[in-house]
Design a protein around this ligand. Sequence first.
Ligand SMILES: Nc1ncnc2c1ncn2[C@@H]1O[C@H](COP(=O)(O)OP(=O)(O)OP(=O)(O)O)[C@@H](O)[C@H]1O
Ligand SMILES: [Mg+2]
Length: 337
Amino acid sequence: MLEAASQAPPGERERKIEQCEAILKAYRRAGGSRVPAMGGAQERHEGKEESVKEGEEILEEIGLEKPQIPRVTFEDVAGLEDVKREILAKLIYPMRFRELSREYNVQFGGGMLLYGPPGTGKTFIAKAIANEANARFISVNPSALYSQWFGMFEKNITKLFRAAQLLAPSIIFFDEIDAIVPKREKSGSDAARRGVAQLLNEVGGIGSQKNRDIFILAATNNPWEIDEAMLRPGRFDIKIFVPPPDREARKKIFQLNLSKVKHLGPVDYDLLSAASEGYSGADIEFICKKAAQEAFLRAVKNGSPKPVETQDLLDVMRSIKPSIDSRLLERYKAYST
Ligand SMILES: Nc1ncnc2c1ncn2[C@@H]1O[C@H](COP(=O)(O)OP(=O)(O)OP(=O)(O)O)[C@@H](O)[C@H]1O
Ligand SMILES: [Mg+2]
């Protein structure tokens, strides 16, 4: 099917490939395996097992987890429609429709920085991006680095990019990048500075031909703390603001997080979403978990289950402070202009 689709006339090709892809995705979700990747990546996956193994070994050596293709998809991400649209256009389609993007001279390279208030789903959406692009997700977070990379930053960065190449199509994700590459005056030693320079080099080289199947993503809630050299053209030149959830998105996040609670009473989602302005997705996840936890303890104590209701959720909500206020939002606004 895929072959037939790729030979369809240009006007129809994209739509047909999309259809194939929807079928493959459904198959993969249903537990199917060994489905080739899309858009010309097929041949690269075959006979590639050895390089994958080598890539995985390198990652293990530098203390990073074995990369997987994450299970979260764009459907699990509530709201953020503009963010998703931009990411589809700039990253996912060029990665999926590699041939076609070449035919239009649409390039992708360098990296994309997601920034915004805490708990708005930056890490979450990064995983969904890897799923949508059918790429292996190599996650680099500061805690892994601090414990294992001390004095070896420069060397390990080289190894990391080598592994990403062996594992391509892959996405290297630097979470909380402000802690990994802080402004130079704050990054203490010479060795740390050399490491940052090495990282800049590697990211700058990603646009080149041999690295076409690697994409660099980063996330932060303090974009103003990042070394500015990192944000120059050719490096992280796509910057995307991930805003707090709007009313509709909050409603969906409540629904998603309560969908697995069996003892659920009548829940007024409209009321909850209206009452939760300023609460992030992570806050809402916490509210749902805490309300369910308390209802569970009551059930244990009383020996009979009582459902989680709107009031239980409102009570928990009142007991915690929203993570996002207008002053914080002003700061992001000032940064992006
Ligand atoms: N838009 C959203 N849709 C669905 N779930 C969300 C959304 N935003 C946040 N969440 C929930 O909140 C959790 C925490 O979000 P995540 O860790 O991605 O936030 P973050 O933006 O990376 O925060 P931080 O800046 O603190 O690292 C997610 O695992 C998810 O369950
Ligand atoms: Mg995060």
